[in-house]
Design a protein around this ligand. Structure first.
Ligand SMILES: [Zn+2]
Ligand SMILES: [Zn+2]
Length: 401
């Protein structure tokens, strides 16, 4: 195909139409029957070599396109789930079912469907095989695993995987620009639960009790010193306590108190270090105050770390397809997490950013609501650059190998 960028731009209206249809019918987690039906309906038009719905926990979809030339296998991934948020955008195609595509996954689906169309049209010059993965349940970070368990990276075995996130996750890019980065791209995450046990009693006789709320308060303060005093200033990390529960009345000293929080880091060493030190801090503080702490970690998700060669290829290929002005290196990773990390544990690849903010002439900062906000929206006029970058990558990623 002569110029995939031009062709993708011509198809922007198709992307927008699909995105609006999906946006009006948001579905949650693994329960995506309507979304799946749209994906299958559109892929069925393309004459692909394989189309398998019903994957994951029931509504994941994979499809396979074999090029006319020999080559390796690339997977392109889109996530499909929405959020339990009541939409307040006032858009003509706003959701009315109490859920909302407030993270842009509707646009991800539409962009990948059109990338699939571009690639099906370019089959004569396509080398190797492209596997399209439409994944449920990214927001609860268990969709990627369900697709991998369904064989999304097998038959044929995937050599490399690429995905994107649209929206306003990174700053400093203009609408439609492709943001790339080698190495750490998004954070690892782990959920933290600490239960403090003391000895309950009357609020007027604290000396006869062991107060777990005071132990929790002391622990929260000490945990704040881990990132400030124990992690290198050149190593980003986050420890947040988001929830504290304990006690039943103003004059009762509680028997237990629970903290819930999370850790974010960009490599396994920092993640493991923080876990070790959080455990030691909570147990040590509790013991010093005559109580007991039980520390648990759950929901572990690794950092998204881009393969350097893949990230550089994306830079070059997107610049060739779209022009240098559409590509920019991201200065910093995001402290958000993404279950794309599970694919990267199986195959090298890169996750990139598609900026779909609004310019001030289109309404200013008040248009750019954060992800997961009830007024979040994406700039539809630039969705074509995301589709073009994915399709161009599939066409050219093996040129340099
Ligand atoms: Zn999200
Ligand atoms: Zn998202």
């Amino acid at each position: 195909m002569e110029n995939i960028g031009v062709r993708a731009k011509e198809l922007n209206e198709t992307i927008v139409t699909l995105r609006r249809e999906l946006h009006a019918h948001p579905e949650l987690e693994h329960d995506l029957p309507f979304t799946e039906s749209v994906v299958v309906r559109e892929l069925a038009k393309l004459g692909l070599d394989e189309l398998k719905p019903g994957l994951g926990q029931g509504h994941g979809v994979i499809a396979t396109l074999r090029g006319k030339k020999p080559g390796k296998v690339l997977a392109l991934r889109a996530d499909m789930d929405a959020l339990p948020i009541r939409e307040e955008t006032g858009l003509s195609f706003a959701s009315t079912n109490g859920n909302m595509h407030a993270c842009g996954h509707d646009a991800h689906i539409a962009m990948l469907l059109v990338a699939a169309k571009l690639l099906a049209d370019a089959r004569e010059e396509l080398a190797g095989t492209v596997r399209f993965i439409f994944q449920p349940s990214e927001e609860t970070v268990d969709g990627a695993l369900s697709m991998i368990a369904s064989g999304a990276l097998e038959n044929p075995a995937v050599d490399e995987i690429v995905g994107l996130h649209t929206g306003n996750l990174w700053e400093g890019l203009t609408p439609g620009q492709i943001g790339w980065k080698a190495g750490p791209m998004m954070a690892s995450t782990s959920t933290l639960t600490i239960v403090f046990e003391g000895k309950g009693g009357h609020g007027a006789t604290p000396h006869l009790t062991v107060d777990p709320i005071v132990i929790a308060a002391e622990t929260i303060s000490q945990l704040q010193t881990l990132v400030a005093r124990e992690v290198s200033p050149f190593e980003p990390a986050v420890v947040t306590i988001g929830k504290i529960s304990g006690g039943s009345a103003h004059n009762v000293i509680a028997g237990t108190c629970e903290l819930r929080g999370m850790i974010r880091a960009f490599n396994q060493e920092t993640d493991a270090f923080l876990k070790r030190r959080i455990r030691a801090t909570a147990e040590g503080v509790a013991a010093s105050m005559r109580g007991r702490a039980t520390v648990m970690f759950s929901g572990d998700l690794a950092a998204v770390v881009n393969d350097k060669a893949c990230a550089l290829k994306m830079r070059d290929i997107a610049a060739n397809a779209l022009g240098e002005e559409w590509v920019k290196e991201l200065a910093l990773p995001s402290s958000g997490a993404e279950d794309f990390a599970y694919y990267l544990a199986k195959a090298p690849g890169a996750f990139f950013y598609h900026c779909s903010t609004f310019e001030s002439s289109e309404g200013g900062a008040e248009c750019n609501y954060p992800h997961h906000n009830s007024k979040f929206d994406v700039n539809e006029s630039v969705l074509w650059t995301g589709a073009a970058a994915m399709a161009a990558y599939a066409l050219h990623w093996q040129d340099r190998n």
